[in-house]
Design a protein around this ligand. Structure first.
Ligand code: FPP
Length: 236
């Protein structure tokens, strides 16, 4: 149960970690862990909508994840494609979808589908769901730096116009508020290149629960913990 509905985070980031270990613990192939992880993703996204979280970001595939065995990468792409086919759900839920990361690396059908969904769901504003696919925080910052440099070379801006506001507008998450809370299950305690600019003042929450077991109750615990913290943003 959420103790204080007045102190909900506006934007929560989820690092969906522990799928492989969940499967191995049960003597199953790792890809079964991703299947369960995809179910947990749907359940948590739906629950966030119910409790009134405005922005959620899920780290589904990093720029480094291509190094995994081919059948594992194929399974993650299959699960992702399956989710993209559930477009009626986003419409029913009035949810805006944004895919952050470099889309150019994806199969044409997936890329086109992502672009179509972003366009058709852009009319909704009850909740914004971001899925980080082929995403890397450093890569995102380098791209924004390049875009700012190009604007300066084209004389659209002066180098001195580049400030935090302009720069953050050039990130994949341009226009979206920074993450208030970042949750990483599975016992690892690091950010792993996820929303590194946007997490400058995020509260971090770690739990040993593996992502496929991460339930609405676990999320309530994280939100209650968040609500008990005092956020000072460098002040006193
Ligand atoms: C990390 O666990 C998880 C991933 C790299 C993939 C996450 C993908 C999904 C949940 C499914 C596809 C996405 C959507 C949006 C439907 P891990 O494999 O690193 O776990 P381990 O640390 O236990 O090995």
């Amino acid at each position: 149960m959420i103790a204080d509905k007045e102190r909900l985070p506006e934007h929560i980031g989820f690092i969906m970690d522990g799928n492989g270990r969940w499967a191995v613990k049960r003597g199953l192939p790792r890809k079964m862990g991703h299947r369960e992880g995809a179910k947990a993703f749907r359940k948590i996204a739906r629950y966030c909508k119910t409790i009134g979280i405005k922005y959620i970001t899920f780290y589904a595939f990093s720029t480094e994840n291509w190094r995994r065995p081919e059948d594992e990468v194929d399974e993650i792409m299959r699960l992702f494609g399956e989710y993209l086919d559930e477009v009626k759900d986003f419409e029913k839920d009035k949810t805006r979808l944004i895919f952050i990361g470099d889309k150019s690396a994806f199969r044409d059908d997936l890329r086109v589908r992502m672009e179509e969904i972003e366009k058709s769901s852009s009319v909704y504003d009850e909740m914004t769901l971001m899925i980080a696919m082929n995403y890397g925080g450093r890569d995102e910052i380098v791209r924004a730096a390049r875009a700012a440099a190009e604007m300066a070379v084209n004389r659209e801006i002066k180098p001195s116009d580049i400030d935090e506001k302009l720069f953050s507008g050039l990130l994949y998450t341009g226009g979206i508020p920074d993450a208030d809370l970042i949750i990483r299950p599975s016992g690892e305690k690091r950010i792993s290149n996820f929303l590194i600019w946007q997490s400058a003042y995020s509260e971090l929450y770690f739990t040993d629960v593996l992502w496929p077991d991460f339930s609405p109750d676990e999320l309530d615990k994280a939100i209650n913990d968040y609500a008990s913290r005092s956020r000072r943003f460098g002040g006193v």
